[in-house]
Design a protein around this ligand. Sequence first.
Ligand code: IPE
Ligand code: IPE
Ligand code: MG
Ligand code: MG
Length: 298
Amino acid sequence: MFDLPNYLKTNRELVNRTLKGYVQHFCRSGRMRQPVEYALLGDGKRIRPILCIASSATVTEDYHIALPAACALEMIHTYSLIHDDLPALDNDEMRRGRPTCHVRFDEPTAILAGDALLNMAFELLTESALNLNTNRCMTAWVKVMACIAQASGCRGMIEGQARDLAFEGATISIEALKDMHALKTGALIQAAMSSGAILGEASEEQLACLDKYGQSIGLAFQVIDDILNIKGDPCIMGKAVGTDVTRAKNTYPALLGLAESERLARRLVERALQALDIFDNRADPLRFIAHYIIERNR
Ligand code: IPE
Ligand code: IPE
Ligand code: MG
Ligand code: MG
């Protein structure tokens, strides 16, 4: 029987160790090292890097090739959290079980730490590409860079964040909510799946299936984040709850109610599992992660 807790722990530790090494390599600045490490090496679940590794492992034995991309995704995700928590955005004071970056340091430092992490992600990706010596791998890395850049930018996370803020207090349709979630959270999760698959040299069919899994799981992840903002335990989650209602955010529970949102998350997980039908037990980590995403309490 596949041991998911052990799988998550082992990979989280691998990602944490690797991230630490990358910060030492890429961030020699005496001023920025501390805030960057504070945000990046905090107690995150590392779900995006783990999905990237698991996606790669579905199509290749040599899944460690995806580790730099996995870490770059975590850098971008952490930057997005630092900025998401700023007073000008969600104005949150707790993240990953401790004061947010701008509370622990100050706002200018938090803004720069976010900028540093975004830049670092692309330093890491480009250096990973340049360290390779076959054209085939170079092409794969360029595809991965394009995929991650697109998912993080105005065709992905940034646009989703802009809509999330613009929609505060507004009445929007379910379709508009779904698009916003798919952009602000889904895009990066989908990019984690695609990057792992591309680096594992997945076939077109494999890539399409892993991408489809990412699309469903990405949306389910944000639906659960919204549900946990209502009924989660802040001590376990390491961040405040009840804030979406206070800020009149558009969320699935706000539009559909809790029960219907939970049903939707389950349907999305079913869809994600169906997308894995073409794979043998090498996709088991992804199957178990799909269940974990809706059962999680943090
Ligand atoms: C929180 O992401 C923000 C969302 C995009 C929903 P995670 O729940 O992955 O946060 P960490 O990385 O574990 O702190
Ligand atoms: C965070 O969304 C999404 C990004 C940082 C891109 P939320 O604002 O809903 O997430 P939490 O609840 O602060 O973690
Ligand atoms: Mg937000
Ligand atoms: Mg937030």
